[in-house]
Ligand binder design. Structure first.
Ligand SMILES: NC(=O)c1ccc[n+]([C@@H]2O[C@H](COP(=O)([O-])OP(=O)(O)OC[C@H]3O[C@@H](n4cnc5c(N)ncnc54)[C@H](OP(=O)(O)O)[C@@H]3O)[C@@H](O)[C@H]2O)c1
Length: 280
């Protein structure tokens, strides 16, 4: 992939896997659009990447992606500023131990991890199609193994488990990718997703006290570096070897099977419809 004039959008680019991914994509000469929720952290990230790659071609968009109005504003800004998109990388995501509601009244895990990539991608789909070849990449997780989509209570209203909510949202990332890839078969736009590994990032640090501390200790002993964790995202964004690969789940830069239920086409379609119904 030649990188001059490429436009690559990375959500959650102000920390962890997204920051490293944005940095490495910027080093290829692409224009990288960093989407983040804090103006200060965006400015810090621009400074950091520019320090390492002085010629980095960066743009920023501030948005709280758990808010649907903000997601739509991001899509509008992108459409105003760019006539094409080469890569849309849905990376932002988080884990919440407690039941919390987004500004739209949707459970946070579902709002941020699933609804945001769903809404951003589908709102940008015409531009992505017009930009073909283009790539849509979503950072999922091996945490989806064993999860189901609980259509009777998607938001854990009756009984909330942070882990179940997270695992369900990551299964939704994969099922969304598979359904999206099917819908894009008539185009030269690919849709793939990935597991980055267990990565030492700011992940889970938004949670209170003991949990954040215990998680950080686990990361210290068991997790890979953000540089290693970003490898599959970077590979999917820029490798010629996956230019036409679509509808696959990757781990360590290789396509691997996801859970059995993730391939269920009826559930994929139901999830798509249910997600549309949840757009405010
Ligand atoms: N770390 C792992 O072991 C692991 C494993 C499997 C999958 N993943 C997935 O990898 C992705 C990246 O996570 P990470 O590990 O790099 O975590 P991280 O270090 O916490 O980074 C998450 C990024 O998302 C941003 N973000 C969080 N909430 C946001 C919101 N409401 N609006 C906009 N941006 C928001 C964060 O912004 P701030 O800088 O402002 O916090 C940060 O830039 C996630 O989708 C996660 O589910 C991670």
């Amino acid at each position: 992939m030649a990188h001059a004039d490429k436009v690559m959008i990375v959500t959650g680019a102000t920390n962890g896997i997204g920051l490293i991914t944005a940095r490495e994509l910027a080093a290829t000469g692409a224009r990288v659009v960093l989407v983040g929720r804090s103006a200060r952290r965006l400015a810090d990230t621009v400074a950091l990447i520019t320090q390492q790659t002085p010629a980095a071609n960066l743009d920023t968009i501030q948005a709280d992606l758990s808010s649907q109005a903000d997601v739509l504003a991001v899509a509008d800004t992108i459409k105003q500023r760019y006539d094409h998109i080469d890569v849309l990388l849905n990376n932002a995501g988080a884990f919440f131990t407690e039941h919390q509601l987004s500004v739209d009244g949707i459970e946070m895990t579902w709002a941020l991890n699933h609804m945001a990539p769903f809404l951003l991608t589908t709102t940008l789909l015409d531009l992505l199609r017009a930009s073909a070849p283009a790539r849509i990449i979503t950072v999922a997780s091996a945490a989806h193994q064993g999860a189901t989509i609980n259509f009777d209570d998607l938001e854990g209203k009756t009984r909330f488990s942070g882990w179940k909510a997270y695992a369900q949202s990551k299964l939704a990332n994969i099922m969304f990718t598979y359904e999206l890839a099917n819908r894009l078969l008539d185009s030269d736009v690919t849709a793939n997703c990935l597991h980055p590994g267990f990565v030492a990032t700011g992940f889970a640090q938004n949670n209170p006290g003991w949990f954040a501390k215990a998680f950080a200790v686990m990361q210290r002993y068991m997790a890979i570096t953000p540089e290693k964790g970003a490898e599959t995202s970077i590979f999917l964004a820029r490798s010629d070897s996956v230019a036409t690969t679509t509808g696959r789940y990757f781990d360590k830069c290789k396509p691997v099977p996801s859970s059995k239920i993730s391939y269920d086409v009826t559930t994929q379609r139901r999830l798509w419809q249910q997600s549309l119904n949840m757009v405010k």
